[in-house]
Ligand binder design. Structure first.
Ligand code: CU
Length: 171
């Protein structure tokens, strides 16, 4: 192998993970790997996740989320009832991101809920989603659609895999 092609090969290897682990900087916030779980065909809802890291000395707050491929977009918390049933509900008043803190939206916890999907979201696609922060303002990110099992390779906790996001549970 000539030196040049070896370089190209190594470079390609270095680039490969970057297509999945994309991140953004905005207003002192680091927005790491925004992604949406590929919903089953015909599903009307989908869940999205992103890790928000605040390196600044001032706290911020995620107020709302917007997307043009869903009728309604909400930020949900997940709690366990006394009966051991997972319950999701919209977060009131936004989610705090402490100074030098982080806010993880990840499977089994806080998530973005896209409700009333106007199109089928498919693995590998990128979709624009706008996050509105109290101080940092609005930032539009590309969320990549991934299968849950492929996302497992990114170190997420997957024990809540069976958590349903279907319409019945939304009532
Ligand atoms: Cu939800």
């Amino acid at each position: 192998m000539r030196p040049m092609s070896l370089f190209a090969f190594v470079f390609a290897l270095l680039l490969a993970p970057a297509t999945h682990a994309h991140d953004y900087q905005h207003g002192g916030l680091d927005l790491v790997h925004p992604w949406i779980v590929e919903p089953p065909p015909g599903a009307l809802t989908a869940a999205g996740y992103v890790a928000i890291v605040n390196a600044g000395e001032q706290g911020d707050r995620l107020l709302s989320v917007e997307a043009d491929f869903s009728e309604r977009t909400e930020v949900h918390s997940v709690t366990m009832t006394d009966e051991g049933v997972m319950q999701m509900r919209p977060v009131e008043g936004g989610l705090e991101i402490g100074a030098e803190g982080e806010l993880m939206l990840e499977p089994g916890g806080y998530h973005i809920m896209f409700m009333g999907l106007s199109e089928q979201l498919k693995e590998g696609e990128h979709h624009l989603v706008t996050l509105n922060f109290e101080k940092a303002g609005a930032v539009t990110l590309e969320f990549v659609v991934q299968r849950r099992d492929s996302a497992m390779n990114h170190g997420g906790e997957m024990e809540m895999d069976s958590m349903a996001h279907d319409e019945e549970e939304m009532q």
